[in-house]
Design a protein around this ligand. Structure first.
Ligand code: GAP
Length: 598
């Protein structure tokens, strides 16, 4: 549970987000829609900046990743292949009194005295045999439990109910009761999180489709097309940014858990370890914690996974999230998805995160980096009946040069892994074994289904983390030099929504205004610039501090040359965080500011 101080901080962040136009409630004029959010002028810029940063770091600055932009609605078989139709569910429970719905794993454990009732009847003899139970805190009179029970039976048509079979017992750490009113909850049952729609004019089962719950599956479905057109060879990746939808039972913590959100996902395809070993005589594994350096051809899945965890941590640091605000959480074996070999979640210490026994924020997930084996492509190969194998010249050339023992060992290893996968899909043991052997034969000729490492991040969660991280209250001098408290959003200049604000010192001096507008026009081809001439200069600084604008340029009388020729055509450049001001020549501004933003 968030304590009151962090709750207060979140309230301030939510309020600033609305006041300054970062995030608004969706459909606010109609009372809002739970789990949906809109980004205002500053929020839209912030999101664009961080998506662009991610996109460039993945595609523009690398030779081994290409992009994709797929449709949101895809063939429903995709979600059968991926497992979403059958297993993408959360367990939910409903309050028997109010019908309020909870995610079963989010119900806080309760202690107290549970009162049980076997049924109730009214004076006319009408009866309900529905059992009911209610939990009341220790020391509270039993009448409160009876009151809730009477309400329960009244809802079932029993007027003035006489309660039957009352008994009570102490209960510890139970998640069977509604923390808000003590009422018994229904048994947990799965609730599929995919949002449904119909394609075409007929609302029939044949036309049922889903809004994608993740962007990843389109990458797998288009794997072969991308491979053919991009002239890439494994190892290589496909990156995508786009909307995803999940009908979350309980959207919460501002935008953290929403029903509509954006993801930035990379599927990085690698050789199976058996192929790496056949080609390079061994598989490089992580030698030490930390970044393993530039990718090498003999890397196996473990080192590729570690590489992507470290790359992603570097990315977060590069946009201003300090390393100590992030947690690298290695999922335990019993937490891993059945196809995953390892998953690391990168957590950010949000103010609403739970605290550990030492009082430290534990963090909430920003991104998961999963080593997903060859599961996804294999599933689409089976469901679509289209080959997802690649041909690897190097493997074909290397195989005949291996010793017979090595060939047998690698073949056996690969056959076992494929047999295991096929058995899990429901094939009979004999068929799974036979198919596994066939696939191992194909490996010896250079064919395999690539494995994948998947760094999957949420844009909205990252935007929220950046807003929380940037929020700061400190003291700054007003126009008369007196210290006043200010709210400042300390965004890294790289992702700040507005990069620089331009101010004429006074708005009633046409020459100052003219020069300020010139500076504004000079800068705007290079960066987002805000022009502001309204109010005292101190107030204008404060407004930009709250918007997180890292630099302010003021055009004053020195700029006009009124204090002598040396300062003519110079301006003051204010730094939001240091609150320092330096004099800079106007002609140097574009290059100087651009250098601070890259
Ligand atoms: N393809 C893998 C995948 O989708 P995930 O952990 O379910 O994995 C990846 O989602 C990321 O998407 C999460 O780390 C989170 O940042 C974001 N995300 C997931 N559900 C979300 C939600 N309801 N609201 C906002 N972001 C969400």
């Amino acid at each position: 549970m968030a304590d009151s101080k962090t709750g207060e901080l979140m309230e301030k962040i939510v309020s600033l987000s609305k006041r300054r136009g970062f995030i608004f409630q969706s459909s606010e004029i109609y009372g809002g829609l739970n789990g949906f959010w809109d980004y205002g002028p500053l929020g839209a810029e912030l999101k664009r900046n961080l998506k662009e940063r991610w996109w460039k770091s993945m595609t523009q600055f690398r030779d081994d990743i290409v992009g994709l932009e797929a449709s949101i609605i895809m063939h429903p078989r995709i979600w059968e292949a991926s497992g979403h139709t059958s297993t993408f569910s959360d367990l939910m429970v409903d309050c028997l009194l109010t019908k309020k719905r909870f995610r079963a794993d989010q119900v806080e454990p309760q202690n107290g005295i549970a009162y049980f009732f076997t049924g109730a009847a009214d004076p006319q003899g009408k009866e309900s045999k529905d059992a009911f139970s209610v939990l009341v805190p220790r020391g509270k009179p039993p009448e409160s439990a009876r009151k809730a029970a009477r309400q329960f039976y009244e809802q079932r048509g029993i007027q003035n109910p006489v309660l039957q079979g009352e008994r009570s017992e102490p209960v510890e750490n139970s998640t069977r009761y509604n923390p808000e009113n003590g009422s018994l909850l229904t048994e947990p049952r799965p609730f599929n999180l995919m949002l449904k729609t119909y394609v075409g004019p007929v609302e029939s089962a044949d036309n049922l489709a889903y809004l994608r719950p993740e962007t990843a599956q389109a990458i797998f479905a288009q794997f072969k097309n991308v491979l053919e057109v991009s002239r890439q060879k494994v190892p290589f990746g496909i990156a995508q940014i786009g909307k995803a939808f999940r009908n979350e039972i309980n959207p919460r913590n501002f935008t953290f858990r929403s029903r509509e959100f954006e993801q930035m996902e990379l599927e990085f395809f690698i050789r199976p370890d058996e192929a790496v070993e056949a080609i390079y005589g061994g598989v490089a594994k992580p030698a030490a914690p930390g970044h393993p350096g530039e990718p090498q051809p003999n890397w196996g899945w473990r080192i590729w996974h570690q590489y992507w965890v470290e790359e992603r941590l570097r990315f977060y640091e590069s946009i201003g999230l300090p390393r100590n605000s992030l947690v690298e959480y290695w999922q335990k074996p019993d937490e891993l998805a059945h196809y995953a070999r390892a998953t690391v979640d990168i957590l950010y210490k949000f103010p609403f995160s739970k605290r550990d026994e030492k009082g430290e924020l534990m963090g909430e997930e920003l991104e998961g980096i999963a080593a997903r084996s060859d599961f996804d492509l294999s599933q689409h190969q089976r469901f679509a009946g289209k080959s997802m194998t690649v041909f690897d010249e190097d493997l074909k050339a290397a195989w005949p040069k291996l010793s017979p023992e090595k060939q047998a060992e690698l073949r056996q290893c690969y056959a076992e892994a494929r047999t295991k996968y096929l058995s899990k899909t429901g094939e009979s043991p004999d068929k799974a074994k036979a198919l596994g052997q066939q696939e191992a034969d194909a490996l010896t000729k250079g064919y395999y289904v690539p494995h994948v490492i998947e760094p999957s991040a949420g844009v909205d969660r990252l935007a929220l983390a950046l807003i929380c991280n940037a929020y700061c209250e400190d003291q700054a001098p007003d126009d008369k030099g007196k210290l006043e408290s200010r709210v400042v959003m300390r965004f890294h200049p790289r992702i700040a929504p507005t990069k620089v604000a331009v101010f004429p010192l006074l708005k009633n001096k046409p020459e100052l205004v003219r020069r300020a507008r010139e500076v504004y026009e000079l800068l705007r081809p290079h960066m987002t610039v805000f022009y502001d001439e309204a109010g005292a200069i101190g107030r204008r600084y404060r407004r930009q501090d709250e918007a997180g604008t890292p630099f302010g340029v003021t055009i004053d009388f020195e700029t006009l040359g009124e204090q002598g020729p040396d300062l003519k055509d110079t301006v003051t450049l204010r730094d939001r965080d240091a609150m320092t001001q330096e004099r800079v020549s106007i002609k140097d501004l574009p290059s100087m500011l651009s250098a601070k933003l890259c």
